[in-house]
Design a protein around this ligand. Structure first.
Ligand SMILES: Nc1ncnc2c1ncn2[C@@H]1O[C@H](COP(=O)(O)OP(=O)(O)OP(=O)(O)O)[C@@H](O)[C@H]1O
Length: 221
């Protein structure tokens, strides 16, 4: 479980996030807010990509190291996380660091490629893939690592309707905790909890129905 205590983030002398004290224990947590409200910064705090200026972000109380190991991150733009020229090599990259035996590595990769229905992409050059295919490969790279939590920052931006549906089916079947920044409010209504950010502050936190209705009302005001 992730705990944020007294967390604030400043950038270029400006407060981007402030006054965050919360625990994330639910299985499906959505994040909403206007452009620039601090959603991505919050998401990045959860796996240590972003460091708080004040306060702490901890995984089960572990002050260092825990976040990177336990929390996977799926970027809005998959080009930010794909490193190797061939899909299979890219999927092996993180697993090699775990020093897993080769058959275990292969088995994990096969299982994830099948689950995402992208086994046919295994030997393709990553630079030749479409935006949607690349997004699914990026997700595969996170899933093979079997993190305890997966943070998604607007994962469907590049996907067509079919792949959006596929991604959502995959997400709903994940055994892991999921935190997702999304503008797809219908999707987030199915979640267990929604956080609403406005100008770097948490202005709503609770059941999706009332939080999303309030977000819509404020956006239209
Ligand atoms: N390196 C930086 N230096 C200065 N300001 C920054 C920096 N990175 C982000 N910001 C500012 O912090 C604020 C929050 O940014 P963030 O990307 O977290 O918002 P967001 O809610 O995810 O926005 P969007 O929906 O547009 O992706 C924005 O005003 C942004 O301009």
């Amino acid at each position: 479980m992730i705990t944020l205590a007294g967390v604030g983030v400043e950038k270029a002398g400006r407060s981007v996030l402030a006054g965050l004290d919360l625990r994330i224990a639910e299985r499906r947590v959505g994040i909403v807010g206007r452009n620039g409200s601090g959603k991505s910064t919050f998401a990045r705090l959860l796996n240590g990509l972003e460091k708080p200026t004040t306060g702490t972000v901890t995984w089960n109380g572990d002050p260092d190291g825990g976040l990177r190991r336990h929390v996977g991150f799926v970027f809005q733009n998959p080009e930010h996380q794909i490193v190797y020229p061939i899909v299979q090599e890219d999927l092996e990259f993180g697993l090699k660091n775990l020093k897993l035996p080769v058959p275990v590595m292969r088995e994990r990769i096969d299982e994830v490629l099948a689950r995402l229905e992208i086994a046919h992409l295994r030997d393709r050059f990553t630079h030749q893939l479409s935006g949607g295919e690349l997004q699914l490969v990026a997700l595969a790279g996170v899933l093979v690592m079997k993190p305890s939590m997966i943070v998604f920052d607007e994962p469907t931006t590049l996907l067509d309707l079919r792949n959006t549906n596929l991604l959502m089916k995959v997400v709903s079947g994940l055994e892991q905790q999921v935190v997702m920044v999304s503008h797809d409010l219908a999707l987030l209504r199915e979640f267990d909890r929604v956080l609403h950010f406005e100008e770097g502050r948490l202005v709503g936190d609770g059941q999706p129905g009332p939080i999303i209705d309030d977000y819509i009302a404020r956006s239209l005001a």
